[in-house]
Structure formats: structure tokens, C-alpha cells
Unconditional design. Sequence first.
Length: 86
Amino acid sequence: MASTSKRAENEDRIERMSQSAHDAIDKAASVASDYAGRVSAKSEEWMAMPQDWMETARDYVREKPFQALGIALAAGYLLHLITSRD
């Protein structure tokens, strides 16, 4: 009778531990799923950034062509100074 009682206690413990493990795994999976969704949304946003930058640059050149030319010349000159070896 005592062994039956111990067996029942052990089975209860195992069941509780099993349920705790399942709960922890479910919670971890839920958190991982949330983060995966956030990363997916951010990656789409990051992929669109170069296109947005190009469109902004095109608009700027259309609106202010001489300033854009001056900026390009200055950037080219600075790049030359940085990369030239004397």
C-alpha cells in the first residue's frame, strides 16, 4: 500500500514537471514567434531604405541641381584626398 502511494506521488510529480516543461516550451515558442515577426517587419523596412534614399536624392537633385553638383564635387575631392597616396 505504501508503494502504491509512493508510485502515485511520483506519477503526480512527473505529471507536474511535464506540464511545467510544456508551459515553458510554449512560452518560449510564443516569444520566439513574436521576435520573428518583428524581425521580418524590420527587414522589409530595411530593404526599402535604399530605394527611399535614392528617391530622396533624385528629388533633391531635381529641386537644387547646382547645390547637388557642388556637393558631389566636394565629396569627390574629399574622397580623392583620403585615398591619394603621396
